[in-house]
Design a protein around this ligand. Structure first.
Ligand code: ADP
Length: 263
């Protein structure tokens, strides 16, 4: 009898070990796939501005545009714009890398979140205009103080608004608002874009994860790093990131942070 029980337990343990091993391999396989598509995405994204800049510079030389100030300015403007894009992309990857290595030193201070949101929205004016989108901050008269790293929190808000803009069709509406409940501040970023299927709602916060489908709106370039960065920063502040969404009904990304209250 003892022999039977111990054999059964051994069998159970072996099955459990196999199951865990297969799961681990599956996760690693998924991770390797995600990393590969990240590398090809990034290579593509870096190549595009580099070739645009080289073509612009070659043209300046080939067609002696030094003597044609108007055309010269046009080509220089294109090059400058592409360089800025390149710089922003590289910074995004480096920031993420720092976070992953736990190197990023957060500098905590006490600040009101609303002016931070106003600044982020102000910085996005050109993109908002290009897409003819209504980006609205539902202001409140009272300040909402948090203790955190203003730069990283501002990057988080930027990423969430940037995604709302990227994935929504033009002429849509994005609403940013703050609310307080249970000593916690919720900042909500609501769009009426394509929405996210329930099966992907946790995965979108994973490193490199992107949703691929035939839908044009989702066929936007990206790195799959933005939401992972959001999650990491918010968690380093003792908060969490959340998502309510339904396909075809838009998305509501939320970050929930401890509210600073005196005494
Ligand atoms: P990226 O935008 O660079 O792909 P993110 O980590 O920011 O990376 O987003 C991961 C994925 O989540 C995106 O590829 C996209 O499919 C989906 N996603 C993010 N934000 C939205 C949104 N507001 N509406 C619809 N889909 C979104």
């Amino acid at each position: 009898r003892y022999y039977l029980i111990s054999s059964f337990l051994m069998l159970l343990l072996t099955a459990a070990a196999f199951y865990l091993l297969i799961r681990l391999m599956k996760n690693q396989e998924l991770y390797a796939q995600a990393r590969m598509s990240f590398t090809s995405n990034m290579t593509h994204e870096l190549q595009t501005p580099i070739s645009t800049i080289s073509v612009a510079l070659e043209s300046i030389k080939k067609y002696h545009l030094i003597d044609q100030p108007e055309k010269l300015e046009n080509y220089l403007n294109i090059s400058r714009h592409e360089l800025q894009r390149l710089q922003a992309m590289i910074e995004k990857v480096l920031k993420q890398e720092q976070m992953d290595l736990g190197k990023a030193k957060l500098q905590f201070s006490l600040f009101d979140i609303q002016p931070v949101l106003q600044q982020v929205i102000f910085a996005m004016e050109v993109q908002v205009r290009e897409k003819n989108t209504a980006l609205i901050l539902l202001q409140s008269d009272e300040p909402y103080f948090i203790k955190g790293d203003a730069m990283h929190i501002s990057n988080v808000c930027y990423n969430l608004i940037d995604n709302a803009l990227k994935y929504s069709p033009s002429q849509s509406k994005i609403e940013v608002s703050c609310s307080v409940a249970d000593h916690k501040l919720t900042i909500s970023f609501k769009d009426n874009g394509p929405g996210i299927n329930e099966i992907y709602q946790q995965q979108v916060f994973e490193r490199f994860f992107r949703i691929f489908n035939q839908d044009n709106i989702h066929n936007v370039k990206g790195s799959g790093l933005g939401l992972h960065y959001v999650k990491q920063v918010v968690e380093l502040h003792g908060g969490r990131a959340d998502l309510h969404s339904k396909p075809g009904k838009g998305s509501n990304f939320m970050i929930i942070l401890p509210l600073y209250e005196e005494n």
